[in-house]
Design a binder for this molecule. Structure first.
Ligand code: AMP
Length: 513
């Protein structure tokens, strides 16, 4: 019996680490592939050695302090926000391209481990990622030359993993996922055949990396009076800080040596000191959960049967303590913190393979169907009445069942209007009308009208939010002599030409070991 039949792998493309997994038919669960470096985690780091070659993984991460100008880290946080992540000798790389370098490397390693050709993938994304960030993740897969069969929210993937090893049918659960860069929350109800998402929340800028930064600041202030270190001492300092943070999960006290020129300063730090200096971050976690729960309580959901904790940073004792205080008797499940998302993506990939005519996959275990909801609300900027205020008019609301399609009529405001600019906004607000905020602008759709139309002519705006949380918007003028149509463009997403160009650039470079 082949251990890997699905032919679709799961990829947890993380802020700090990336993992690949497959559904193992013998073990009947998702399993992680082993990289050429020997473990399941590959740091999501890219080092540009020169104009022709790059390195991905641990060696690249090690180069970050010595060659910060040529090393890209934490670029997942830029997905969907910009097309420019790093400039290497005049070549600007997008976050999508940097992610593609990582994807190429981990898929090459997976092929070697599985002894199989692999082209089809499911990639996980934070549930709270914006629509543009989700779309950018699909673009990264295309640039890497992969068939992205689906993208799935990280907490949902973790849920697939836990459900494949202990049936969660009949339970309402919250998945608490605190990774290197993001906090993701999902509430879901599970029955015999389905996983139904009921709420999505989180913070895309809160993760283990922030605990590292705060601890670093504390030690720097206490022992170095804010001085910076020599680059190689700085590199050791950053590594030691993460070590101290991790060791304080199991111990009450940890030590490190701070090297500053010829000086060697012994540093001792207790768990309680660590918890005190990082308290603002725990407060942020508490606040995020509170906002998430307020929304659920309004909808009549007061608690959960189980809380599933995933993501490396959820291991910190202060996190489980906070959840115990906030959710009293609710059972906390902490299994496979680092690998649950990747392994669950493989379980979900098996479901896709089973439903596809292209693959022959045994039906002994059928992963449940996933019914998704929208993490955000989507609308356009519109004038409220002829002389009214300009506001965001939401068309698809947060927590709407996916896929969702909505068409709405708007009107031209002057005679012979030649251009209609449809500005699309993405917010977390649940109301129909929301104050304009340019930070929430997702993209623009510019409709050029030929011919002469009287004031108050109809403009139709179509929103289509897919299952995977990516949005397309079209504007139409239906009644003119020639009906015109325009599609939304975003500042952070690539058009067809850019995709080909960026793919060629990635293919031209040589991946070094
Ligand atoms: P992930 O994105 O799930 O791989 O999580 C990575 C984050 O988890 C990094 O910030 C790690 O430093 C952090 N992490 C991993 N193990 C531990 C641990 N034992 N205690 C505290 N943080 C940890």
């Amino acid at each position: 019996m082949a251990r890997f039949e699905s032919k679709i792998i799961g990829i947890d493309l993380g802020t700090t680490n990336t993992l690949v997994s497959y559904y193992d038919e013998i073990a009947k669960r998702g399993e992680c592939c082993i990289s050429r470096e020997g473990g399941s985690l590959t740091p999501s780091a890219v080092f540009f050695e020169n104009a022709d070659s790059y390195i991905v993984g641990m060696d690249a991460k090690d180069c970050a302090i010595l060659y910060p100008d040529r090393t890209a880290l934490y670029f997942k946080r830029l997905m969907g926000e910009t097309k420019k992540a790093i400039d290497i000798g005049g070549t600007v790389y997008s976050p999508q391209q940097l992610s593609a370098f990582v994807l190429k490397k981990v898929v090459e390693d997976a092929k070697e481990d599985l002894e199989e050709e692999v082209k089809d993938v499911v990639i996980t994304v934070p549930a709270y990622f914006t629509s543009a960030a989700k779309q950018a993740t699909k673009e990264a897969g295309i640039i890497a030359g992969l068939n992205v069969r689906d993208i799935i929210d990280e907490p949902c993937a973790a849920l697939y993993h836990i459900d494949s090893i202990q049936d969660l049918s009949g339970k309402r659960v919250m998945i608490f996922d605190l990774g290197g860069g993001t906090l993701d929350l999902i509430a879901a109800e599970i029955n015999d055949n389905e996983i139904n998402e009921i709420a999505i929340g989180g913070d895309t800028r809160l993760g283990g990396k922030d605990w590292d930064s705060m601890l670093q600041k504390y030690i720097r202030n206490r022992y170095l009076n804010g001085r910076t270190l020599r680059p190689d001492d700085e590199q050791d300092f950053e590594r030691d800080i993460e070590y101290v943070k991790k060791s304080l999960t199991g111990r009450l006290e940890s030590r490190m040596i701070l090297r500053d020129d010829a000086l060697k300063i012994p540093v001792k730090i207790t768990r309680s000191e660590f918890e005190t200096c990082t308290k603002p971050l725990l407060d942020k976690v508490r606040k995020t959960i509170q906002i998430f729960m307020d929304d659920l309580i309004d909808r009549g959901v007061a608690g959960f049967d189980k809380i599933i904790m995933v993501g490396g940073a959820s291991r910190m004792p202060q996190i489980s303590e906070l959840l115990r205080i906030m959710f009293h008797d609710t059972e906390l499940i902490q299994k496979d913190c680092d690998e649950a998302v990747a392994k669950g993506a493989a379980v979900y990939a098996k479901r896709i393979a089973q439903k596809s005519k292209r693959f022959t996959v045994r039906q002994s275990f059928t992963p449940k169907k996933l019914n998704r909801i929208s993490a955000r609300s989507y609308g356009i900027a519109a004038l409220l009445g002829d002389f009214g205020e300009k506001k965001i008019c939401n068309m698809i609301f947060k927590s709407a069942d996916l896929p969702a399609s909505v068409s709405k009529k708007f009107y031209t405001s002057i005679d012979n209007q030649k251009k209609v600019n449809i500005s699309v906004y993405e917010t977390t607000a649940a109301e129909r009308y929301v104050d304009l905020d340019d930070r929430m602008l997702l993209g623009n759709c510019e409709l050029h009208i030929e011919g002469e139309l009287p004031r108050r002519s109809e403009i139709l705006v179509d929103f289509n939010l897919r299952q995977d949380g990516t949005l397309t918007v079209e504007g139409r003028e239906p009644k003119g002599q020639t009906s015109v149509k325009a599609v939304m463009e975003s500042r952070a997403l690539l058009n067809a030409e850019e995709l080909i160009e960026q793919k060629n650039t990635v293919n031209k470079l040589i991946m070094k070991e």
